[in-house]
Design a protein around this ligand. Sequence first.
Ligand SMILES: Nc1ncnc2c1ncn2[C@@H]1O[C@H](COP(=O)(O)OP(=O)(O)OP(=O)(O)O)[C@@H](O)[C@H]1O
Ligand SMILES: CC(C)(CO)[C@@H](O)C(=O)[O-]
Ligand code: BAL
Length: 329
Amino acid sequence: MTDLLRTAEDLRKLTYDGQRAIVMTMGALHEGHASLIRRARELAGPEGQVLVTVFVNPLQFGAGEDLDRYPRTLDADLVIAERAGADAVFAPYTDEVYPGGEPQVRLSAGPMGERLEGATRPGHFDGMLTVVAKLLHLTAPDIALYGQKDAQQLALIKRMVKDLNFPVEIIGVPTVREADGLALSSRNRYLSDAERRTALALSAALFAGRDRLTAQAALHARAQAAPASKARAKALGALGEARAAADAHAVAQAHTGGPAAVRAAARCVLDDAARAQPPLLLDYLALVDPSDFTEITDGFTGEAILAVAAKVGTTRLIDNIPLTFGAAV
Ligand SMILES: Nc1ncnc2c1ncn2[C@@H]1O[C@H](COP(=O)(O)OP(=O)(O)OP(=O)(O)O)[C@@H](O)[C@H]1O
Ligand SMILES: CC(C)(CO)[C@@H](O)C(=O)[O-]
Ligand code: BAL
């Protein structure tokens, strides 16, 4: 049976052998959270301990955001946490986390925290890092797991742990999606059926960007493998083989188009959704370097993140996928 802990004192009494792994959440648990908990169980091993925290942190909500209506479903959360392999759930009251009221001393997320999500939600990442630091101090885990769905959050937590020497290993866990692509999110439950249909454009846009990169990379690989294609196109053209000539020409001209083509493919899907009923209101579409969340430019090679944020009705959703830009892109 999963223990429910309410206070720091309860936590102090909780003993364990081996490794302690922690999964921090704001509750309203779903299959995305469950995959983090299952991974935590694997990493901690049967001897170790898996702790889940459930706390809707007021500090990371801005004025006019959804702090008051954020779903609170602790009874159901306990069942999901237990089934996924948690040993205990720490669900503190606000006074327990902030005994002195609003903290005067807070963490600052720095420049990375002012981009994308931070630009739309000023102060959000300072509040998020402040509570993550407090929960790390309270629970003292060996391992802490976070979802890649909140990619900028994950990057900032990794940066905080490195910059401030927190003795914990941070693990990112891939995004869990519905069968139709929508990333699982506690906020999905705000969506009506029609809004959910429009919201599918977020993941569809990301997949369109990824498909464009894949197609361009394949064309580029063919061009590399057939350096004589230009000459071949000319010869085929002379023989009147128009389609083969056009294909050979395309192969010869192939270049991956780089970040701009990926952004354009994703943008197309979002533009269509902006004309849907109900419409999608785009906040940002960005193709960024995961180390600092600045936009990547032509010639970039390595890991990148294609990220999107948009509102459908009153619900604001985010999503992203990792992309790899090859050396010749
Ligand atoms: N679909 C998902 N796949 C994997 N991890 C996820 C998914 N959704 C959330 N997480 C991770 O679960 C942890 C807790 O997130 P949180 O409680 O905010 O859930 P959420 O569904 O992202 O909620 P919200 O809708 O408020 O953003 C975070 O590390 C987050 O990245
Ligand atoms: C990490 C976190 C639990 C801090 O409140 C929250 O931002 C979340 O649920 O992603
Ligand atoms: N899942 C990120 C937490 C937040 O939106 O406040």
